[in-house]
Ligand binder design. Structure first.
Ligand code: GUN
Length: 293
């Protein structure tokens, strides 16, 4: 019985992070400056707190300075915009992220409008998103998770040009930019979402499947073309008493079935997640380089 190659996102991300750490050291030696990342965290969501802690720890390990602004669940858009404005002005800050999702009462659109384009290392500002979408234009930053997916494909030797790719999900932070990036790499892209009829008919034609639905076991073995490459962006917490915090993360793909059909697959955890953080560090370093070059 054949099984898929497992794409080891954790070790690829470690390689990238250590290369970034080297560049940060050299920047410090040459010009006496280090990259800086500012993180805005609103509210008490456990998942967001974990993501933010992982991001600031990764900064520390790479020699990137990180600063945090924590705001309460019931804060106003103005308070977030004030924090943003002061980071916008701070010359030691080269990247700013607002951890998503925000509490219901806050309008993401208003907040991302205030974020400096040049410091938008998540690539969520509408002008960066627009430039990513338009041919002949370049955004200053590519959203971290989709960029990590493409990086995994490239570093695993998967050709994208001319292939049929399917993206499951159309969120602003993953599905939409992933579909745009795959097109930039000359794939033929289909997008499948909650209202798609018979999604499996479409996924069965795909050479590359990027899934970001947040629905455990959505993608069954029989949804896949034999030899497909599967990038699983899903991270759904499921109860798991054998785990440290009583839960573990589950991807969108029925892994046990998929490994019998696919040529290569990313595990959850240890696939895309670590790459998101590596790409955030990479975007922050790029921003600092742009500032001083
Ligand atoms: N929430 C889920 N993914 C992300 C991300 O990449 N960046 C931010 N800021 N929030 C997120």
């Amino acid at each position: 019985e054949k099984t898929a190659r497992v794409i080891d996102g954790k070790s690829i991300a470690e390689e990238i992070r250590s290369a970034i750490a080297g560049e940060v050291r050299r920047m410090k030696e040459c010009i006496g400056k280090i990259p800086g990342l500012a993180v805005i965290l609103v509210g008490q969501r456990r998942d967001s707190q974990t993501y933010v802690r992982n991001k600031t720890r990764a900064c520390e390990e790479a020699g990137i300075k990180s600063v945090m602004a924590e705001l309460p669940d019931n804060c106003t858009e103005d308070e977030i915009c004030n924090a943003l404005s002061s980071f916008n002005k701070d010359p030691s800050v080269h990247g700013i992220i607002v951890q998503l999702p925000l509490p219901q009462h806050l309008d993401e659109g208003k907040i991302f409008n205030v974020l400096s384009l040049e410091k938008d290392v998540d690539g969520f500002h509408p002008l960066n998103m627009g430039n990513l979408a338009m041919r002949g234009r370049e955004s200053l930053f590519i959203p971290c998770t989709p960029k990590g997916c493409i990086e995994l494909l490239i570093r695993s030797g998967v050709e994208i040009m001319g292939k049929n790719a399917v993206v499951i999900g159309r969120s602003n932070i993953v599905g939409l930019p992933a579909s745009l990036l795959l097109q930039r790499h000359h794939a033929t892209v289909s997008i499948v979402h909650a209202f798609t009829k018979n999604p499996e008919r479409i996924t069965r034609e795909a050479d590359i499947v990027v899934t970001a639905a947040g629905v455990p076991n959505l993608v069954r073995g029989n949804w896949l073309k034999p030899g497909a490459v599967v990038i699983d962006v899903g991270t759904c917490p499921v109860e798991d008493p054998s785990c440290e915090h009583g839960y573990s993360l589950k991807g969108d793909v029925c892994y046990e079935e998929a490994i019998r059909v696919a040529a290569a697959i990313t595990p959850v955890p240890g696939g895309v997640g670590p790459m998101t953080i590596a790409m955030l560090l990479s975007n922050t370093l790029d921003s600092a380089k742009r500032t001083y070059n």
